[in-house]
Design a protein around this ligand. Sequence first.
Ligand SMILES: C[S@@+](CC[C@H](N)C(=O)[O-])C[C@H]1O[C@@H](n2cnc3c(N)ncnc32)[C@H](O)[C@@H]1O
Length: 247
Amino acid sequence: MLREFPVLAGLEPVAWVPEGLVVAPFAGGRDATEQAGRLAAVVLPWRADPGPVPPLPFPSAVGGGVYRRSPGHAPAPPGIPEVVLVDGEGFGLAEHATTGMCLDRLADLPDGPALDAGCGSGILALAWARLGRGPVLAVDLEPRAVWQARESAWASGLDALVSVRRASLGALPHDEVHARVVLANAPVEAQRALLAAGADPVPLGLLVSGLQQDSMDEVAAAWAVRGLRVVRREAVGRWQAALLRPS
Ligand SMILES: C[S@@+](CC[C@H](N)C(=O)[O-])C[C@H]1O[C@@H](n2cnc3c(N)ncnc32)[C@H](O)[C@@H]1O
């Protein structure tokens, strides 16, 4: 089941029953072609008629080694790290390319306390804590994002490791930035504020995402002057992400 679960997660796991895991293949708004591909990849017998399926607020998925689900989805089997995101109005639920690129790069950062700079739903902070990488301070300007991230930390049983606060990146005290790994999927104005708050000494490692090419050039050049160099840069469509380490 551990091997098959990432495929089943894409089919909306709904409940564990004595016979196995019930999945709801067409919930959550994915298109039929994508669903058909996922079904074809399932190597286990699956129940064609799952019975009444609760309305699920968003698709479940595995990305960056973490299963993310709503409180209505079935939990992952033991051995698969999972986070629970409550429905809310923070930025997306990890479906956005800018978030996905960050999740995929978490493994390339050093362990340590992290700052989730512009945490939205809290997904990056929760994944960092769940993967045992370190405690996290998650901040966002937007009260609805702060609510969602905090509730999701509780729902995931991670509230002791993830502390969520409403704050502007520009107003963070210096020591809340520099001795941390910084996860910054945020607009360019927020990246500039972060640069002002955390420049000397620099963070232990930094993920920058949510920028288009010109803005990424500007932000990467500003961090280079302060001693962080880009070790990897990638794009999905017009969105770019970069991984930076002290040089
Ligand atoms: C693109 S979303 C990313 C959310 C989440 N980190 C993710 O990866 O899915 C950017 C978030 O940054 C927040 N934000 C923007 N400017 C900010 C600032 N100056 N200080 C704090 N948060 C800010 C927004 O409210 C939004 O939730």
